[in-house]
Design a protein around this ligand. Structure first.
Ligand SMILES: C[C@@]1(CC(=O)O)c2cc3[nH]c(cc4nc(cc5[nH]c(cc(n2)[C@H]1CCC(=O)O)[C@@](C)(CC(=O)O)[C@@H]5CCC(=O)O)C(CC(=O)O)=C4CCC(=O)O)c(CCC(=O)O)c3CC(=O)O
Ligand SMILES: NC(=O)C1=CN([C@@H]2O[C@H](COP(=O)(O)OP(=O)(O)OC[C@H]3O[C@@H](n4cnc5c(N)ncnc54)[C@H](O)[C@@H]3O)[C@@H](O)[C@H]2O)C=CC1
Length: 580
């Protein structure tokens, strides 16, 4: 039971989705109608050898037969046709015969699909989007194929232009690097560098790299130069590598589109989703000021932040009719909003929220339309784009838009990115900070983050950086309180890391769940005991971790003048021989 919070529980009932390399496998397609033609196309697209078995063929299949793409057996089905085939697709209009075909395949252990007999199929077809080497397939596990088609189209329309080409080119570079610097011992080096490259430029830009760029990038990999500092054709966005004249031109082009600047407000009512998503991907461009040219483990995050900073400077001070506010919603209880945040929710025309904002807070909105981005794993980017599109449309229509964020927008709220987006479209964004759980969560739990003689520093970290890694925690300092957000799931890893870094085994740690809300709970232990305590008690997300001596300052039974004397003595003896 305790493990359920540690590892994901399988939901079951899914299909096993793999990308099957069917090249040169032989598929027998029984039937010669439209459904057969669709299956044949998919099979040819995977380089299979295709045999079509049917007394007659429709036009498409006849065309493929004449082009020698398929073998045609002009016959009705017979068991002998199953000899030497790797897969069977029955598409005949005779369900009884189709069922017999399935049973014969089963006996011979040949994987089989029969159109319209879902329950008998070994596998199902999926709705597929293809762009060169990129394939995106959608399954609804036979529940709603038409919706699979819609989801597929939805995903395809939100993809950046040139994604297939970008994949092709990155594939060429990857191959070059793997053959030029082979060996298992270089896997880590190759992967770190490729990650930096792939996460850095917008995909649309990556699609434009040319063969010379590939050579240059390969050489910079060998030299271990950070990809963002490499001089390749798509690097034209980098301020530092641009001659002055070029720079000016670029300023004009980015990030405010020409149309936005020159046309009157009335002309700007609609913004296509494609354009918005392009602009979003442009946010990660980096006119970097970073001096270092070597890769370090965490500078890609920093680069990302610097990049978007530089972009915003070019585009602010342009005011249009709509008004935009980025508002912190605090900890989740409506009465923890600031009065200003509350007033704005009353005045707003559109409130952009996400699933982290509790219903009770949303219920304060009386007049405005509420749009909730459904940021679930895997579709978070899409949801964010939709949110941007909705916000921009409303602003272009002169509305007052409030983007409501749980906690404080600037404490792990990615508020800066949203501001940069709206400012790049000419809308200045006012920020109304909110209570962050990092600071006020401990407050609601009687943990003073600083306390004279005990703690004089606070370090706030996320349990998950952008690449899912643990934070880089500094060496132990008695007088520092550590606060970890989004870290409860990784509790055991964080404890292990702290102990490895010689944090004392009996250092107090608290887990604060739903801080500031009616169901708040505090679990306290030490670095060595907490994992076991949590296994026993379980956890109720969201929660944060507080590590340090301030955890127990106000909670001890033996309070004397606000401090437990034994405790104070223990701390002062540690202060004298602290690490670093
Ligand atoms: C089990 C499966 C077949 C298999 O793999 O063996 C199956 C079964 C059935 N489909 C039926 C109907 C429709 N199928 C589509 C479309 C597609 N069907 C596809 C797959 C699958 N369909 C497999 C499950 C995949 C999954 O959902 O995970 C797609 C994704 C891929 C493909 O077929 O190439 C393709 C999207 C193509 C694209 O993306 O462009 C449309 C819409 C349209 O034509 O536009 C309709 C009409 C509207 C509707 O009913 O939804 C019916 C009759 C229902 C009835 O009688 O009421 C059955 C049988 C039944 O359900 O009993
Ligand atoms: N799963 C899906 O997405 C869909 C399934 N269907 C179903 O798929 C089946 C095929 O649909 P269509 O291609 O439109 O039908 P169709 O009637 O155009 O084609 C059937 C083909 O099977 C051939 N055939 C019939 N009996 C045969 C046998 N014993 N051996 C060899 N060939 C034989 C016929 O000559 C014909 O070429 C139908 O049962 C239909 O209801 C139809 C549309 C969508």
């Amino acid at each position: 039971m305790a493990t359920s919070s540690k590892y994901p529980d399988p939901i079951g009932g899914g299909s096993f989705i793999i990308a099957y390399r069917a090249k040169e496998k032989t598929v027998l397609v029984v039937g010669g109608g439209a459904v057969a033609a669709g299956r044949v196309f998919n099979s040819l697209d995977s380089d299979m050898n295709v045999i079509v078995l049917s007394p007659k063929l429709n036009d498409e299949l006849l065309y493929r037969y004449e082009k020698n793409q398929i073998i045609w057996i002009k016959d009705i089905f017979n068991e002998k046709h199953l000899d030497n085939v790797d897969m069977v697709l029955s598409t005949i209009d005779d369900p009884i015969e189709s069922q017999r075909i399935v049973e014969l395949c089963r006996e011979r252990k040949i994987p089989v699909n029969a159109a319209d007999i879902n329950d008998l199929c070994d596998f199902w077809f999926m709705s597929i989007h293809r762009d060169g080497p990129l394939q995106i397939a959608v399954a609804t596990n036979s529940k709603a194929p038409r919706l699979a088609n819609r989801v597929r189209r939805h995903i395809a329309s939100s993809l950046p232009v040139g994604v297939g080409t970008a994949i092709e080119k990155i594939g060429q570079l990857r191959y070059k690097i793997k053959s030029g610097d082979p060996g298992a011992e270089n896997v880590g080096k190759r992967m770190t560098w490729m990650k930096q490259l792939c996460d850095y430029w917008p995909i649309e830009e990556l699609s434009k790299i040319n063969p010379d760029d590939i050579n240059t990038l390969f050489e910079s990999y060998i030299e271990q130069v950070d990809p963002k500092n490499v001089n390749i054709s798509i690097n034209r966005y980098f301020e530092k590598s641009l001659p002055e004249a070029e720079k000016k031109k670029d300023d004009d082009k980015l990030p405010l589109p020409e149309s936005d600047k020159s046309k009157p407000f009335e002309d700007q009512k609609t913004v296509s989703i494609d354009k918005v998503s392009d602009d979003i991907s442009n946010l990660s461009l980096n006119p970097s000021n970073d001096e270092s040219s070597k890769i370090s483990s965490n500078n890609s995050d920093q680069a990302y932040m610097t990049d978007i900073n530089c972009k915003s400077r070019k585009s602010s001070n342009i005011n249009k009719k709509g008004q935009m506010y980025l508002v912190g919603a605090g900890l989740g209880e409506p009465d923890l909003l600031t009065v200003r945040a509350y007033n704005l929710l009353q005045k707003a025309d559109l409130v952009l929220a996400d699933k982290l904002i509790p219903e009770a807070v949303l219920s304060l909105v009386t007049n405005a339309e509420i749009f909730i981005a459904r940021k679930f794993p895997g579709v978070a980017d899409m949801a964010q784009q939709e949110l941007f599109t909705r916000g921009l449309e409303a602003l272009n229509n002169g509305k007052l838009v409030v983007r409501l964020k749980q906690g404080d927008p600037f404490v792990y709220g990615r508020g800066g990115e949203e501001i940069l987006f709206f400012e790049s479209h000419g809308y200045k964004c006012e920020v109304i900070p909110g209570l962050s759980s990092a600071i006020s969560g401990p407050g609601f739990n009687r943990i003073p983050l600083t306390h004279r003689g005990v703690a004089d520093q606070v370090l706030i970290m996320s349990g998950n950086n952008r690449f899912g890694q643990l934070p880089d925690v500094p060496p132990y300092l008695t007088s520092r309180t550590l606060v970890f957000l989004m870290a409860v799931k990784k509790l055991d890893l964080i404890i292990e890391m702290l102990l490895t870094k010689n944090y004392p085994e009996d250092l107090p740690i608290a887990i604060l769940e739903n801080a500031g809300c009616s169901n708040q709970r505090k679990i306290v232990g030490t670095l060595t005991s907490i994992v076991e305590i949590v296994e026993r008690l379980g956890t109720n997300p969201p929660g944060l971790l507080v590590v340090g001596h301030s955890v127990n300052i106000l909670s001890t039974e033996k309070l004397i003048n606000g401090l437990d004397l034994d405790y104070k003595n223990m701390i002062s003896s540690q202060t004298s021989n602290e690490c670093e």
